[in-house]
Write a protein that binds this ligand. Sequence first.
Ligand code: NAD
Length: 328
Amino acid sequence: NKLGVALVGLGSYAEGQLAPALLQTEHCYLAGIVTGTPSKIKPWQERYGIEDKNIYSYENFDSIANNKDIDIIYVVLPNSMHAEFVIRAAQAGKHVICEKPMATTVEDCDRMIQACTKAKVQFSIGYRLHFDPYHLALTKLVKENSIGKLKSMSAGFGFSIAPNVWRLDKTLAGGGPLMDLGIYCVQAFCYLSGKEPLAVTAKEGVKTDLKRFKEVEQSISWTFEMPDGIIAEGSTSYEDGMNFINAKTEKGLFELKSAFSYNGIHGKSSLGTLDFKPTNQQALQMDDFALCVKQNKLTRVPGEMGKRDVKLLMAIYEAAKTGKRIVL
Ligand code: NAD
């Protein structure tokens, strides 16, 4: 039996990636939607066969507690709204997936984890790359020491953003490209190395467009000092396109191009080219969570990991603001 998922917020990621992925999942399916835009209801119902009784607004959302069709609530709203809806989902007794970044403050992360613990529901973050074969293969390569110890990594993720979007609103987004895209580099440094940073230095880039970047940074770069002398250099931008991971080890190197994309990743290491058949990251991610719920196992991408990353993002901002090396 498949678990029922309800998506909260029917924006581009929910519509373009998550809902289609839920047609491919084995352990869960799209059972419900929660939306503030009534005009979206009919097309979604027609496309996904969603029953009238499984449709909610933000106002009547809490009554989802009484709906046996819904097992998992997936929050896909702007960043600063994650906390409220994750907490309401937990209080409704539902397991929760929350998109990245988990929240815009560490205090919100704490409240979200507490609510899920108290309600005895499982909680995970939408970190899809923990299920991607390229990222998994390189993590294994490092773990097994196949080309010697990891020495250094660099990663960059950026694109040119359109004006007038919530991602440029500090209150809703919590920050600029670091919150949205840099988080992928932070994540990759942690799972590829299997370690967490010890200290950080950072520098915000120059703003060339003061209109779009009135509230948030246009770009930022940082350096993590990691255990065993590993150095990780991250860079993110809402103007310059970049999407890569490079790493050096004692005996070689590895790299990913289109590193953080949904598909079309290219990878190679000193041992050769990586070549995996296309997969659906979101389907793998949601199926894994559904299985964790069914089997009462801990997800590999729990709320605690989301909180760790929000802490690291805040430390990067602090380092950039003060110009100081921040010890973590
Ligand atoms: P979007 O702008 O396309 O969608 C946001 C949705 O929230 C819309 O349906 C909008 O109507 C709704 N909303 C409710 N209140 C709002 C408000 N006050 N302002 C703006 N929108 C409001 O955004 P998206 O790209 O779908 O991103 C949603 C979340 O998913 C973000 O947290 C983002 O970081 C995350 N995301 C994750 C991935 C991934 O690969 N894991 C990819 C894209 C987005």
